[in-house]
Design a protein around this ligand. Sequence first.
Ligand code: CP
Ligand code: NVA
Length: 330
Amino acid sequence: MANISLKGRDFLKLLDFTPDEIAYLIDLAAELKQKKKAGIPHAICQGKNVALIFEKTSTRTRCSFEVAARDLGAGVTYLDPSGSQIGRKESIADTARVLGSMFDGIEYRGFGQEIVETLAKYAPVPVWNGLTDEFHPTQILADFLTIREHFGTLAGKKLVYYGDARFNMGNSLMVGCAKMGLHFVACSPAEYKPSADLIATCEKIAGETGATIGFETDPIKAAQGADAIYTDVWVSMGEPVEVWDERVKALAPYQVNASVMAAAKKDAIFLHCLPAYHDKNTAIGREMCDRFHREAMEVTDEVFESPASLVFQEAENRMHTIKAVMAATL
Ligand code: CP
Ligand code: NVA
């Protein structure tokens, strides 16, 4: 693995990377995490500058890019959802060429995957996907670092994703599991599966890596033998508020609760990309819980706060893995 180099590469989706390259990024993240904990300086990107474009809001991803860039010695410019010309007065192709002439790397969080792909096509510097509707690849690196830290391995572990498997998290976890030899199960209503094209692509990859891809509509059956239980919000950023009714109705049986965790392996862990509606302590969480007469949405507070829940270790790992992506590609 020592001869892997990702210098100059974009990081748009895991489908663009080999299992060895993904393992290299996770290894590098672990190494950078150790350095950070030991107080060993690692400003290996001194003199570089990165631009962070966020067309959707963020806590983890933005802070991870900012802290990681500073630790690497790079300068950071943040462009918020309203504070630039992007999309309204200037096309993505023009923005790519402008920012590409000033910065050494560009992060983009926004809507369609085609936008970040266009940005990468026109920018002469690495472009990193900080979340699109279709994919959230830096999140998967953090999830896999967390699984590896906990179990010591990735290949052969069973990960079950509960919720809307058609969106960024379901898609990206399926791709990541296929690439890294995990057993992936999407547990959702049949019509909430990833696209047939993406399933076919992942099944082909799985055939080469020893991974398996499965679908299950019964939440208790799906959990059997699971090492990791994963869920995400039922309504994602950018979706209209009207979808809440349909989503809550369809996904209520797929809430991760104590029964689901009890059906998984004894030492199973709980993961969530966050933010999570596990209680009523947020404005939207309270509004939606009251509207639908619920105490929580996709995960109960009991599971979220249980010892099996590694969500904050997972959140911290966003920073170390994003740092690895920048360090490897800049
Ligand atoms: N998990 C994640 O991407 O979180 P943010 O939306 O806070 O960046
Ligand atoms: N599916 C969620 C993921 C957030 C990290 C969203 O897109 O809002």
